[in-house]
Design a protein around this ligand. Structure first.
Ligand code: URA
Length: 195
């Protein structure tokens, strides 16, 4: 099965999913967007209001920050893949629960399997914790490990995990935007050097 077909089937499963209560509460599920051949995959937390309205990831205020950071290192949304660990909006944008993450994360696992990115960038602590644990690393506070490189190995080969702050921090803690900028520059160096 090609990537297109595999992704179409997966998106269909996400659209019909009722594995947790969020499936009944959301307006639209948000499977992800971008290139299925992306070398870089960004993984946020969960859709917010605008994502739920439009069915697309990171299209609200945090999304504008992400667009800006991508543009600064010469990347467009079309050449990366953007998704979340949880595909449906939690009410009032609360944090996703452990149960919701457990129910939804197999969709992210499958997306990683289909796309096979060279770099996974977890955005924020929920996504960082899930991805580091999944690939055998010990999660630490995001303030300590953002921008660091974790070399992971899977059946399909090696790839790198580079956790970062969630772009929304730039909205409520503006000094951290500088940290995000620096981490995006490191990402660019990594892409130029290795991919
Ligand atoms: N925050 C996220 O973590 N994901 C989105 O898609 C939007 C906001």
């Amino acid at each position: 099965m090609g990537k297109e077909e595999a992704m179409r089937k997966l998106e269909e499963r996400i659209r019909n999913c009722r594995k947790c209560p969020l499936g009944e509460l959301r307006t639209n599920p948000v499977p992800g967007s971008g290139s299925y051949d992306a070398k870089v995959m960004f993984v946020g937390e969960a859709p917010g209001y605008w994502e739920d309205q439009k069915g697309l990831p990171f299209v609200g205020r945090a999304g504008k920050v992400l667009d800006e950071l991508l543009a600064e290192i010469g990347l467009s949304r079309d050449e990366v893949y953007i998704t979340n660990i949880v595909k449906c909006r939690p009410p009032e944008n609360r944090d996703p629960t452990e149960e919701e993450i457990r129910a939804c994360s197999p969709y992210l696992d499958r997306q990683i399997d289909i796309i096979r990115p060279k770099v996974i960038v977890p955005l924020g602590r929920h996504s960082m914790r899930y991805i580091l644990e999944k690939f055998g690393f010990e999660p630490e506070p995001i303030s300590k490990i953002h921008g660091k490189i974790f070399e992971a190995r899977t059946l399909f080969g090696k790839f790198v995990i580079m956790p970062m702050y969630h772009p929304a921090v730039a909205l409520y803690r503006p000094p951290l935007k500088e940290e995000l900028r620096k981490d995006f520059q490191r990402l660019r160096e990594l892409i130029e050097g290795q991919l």
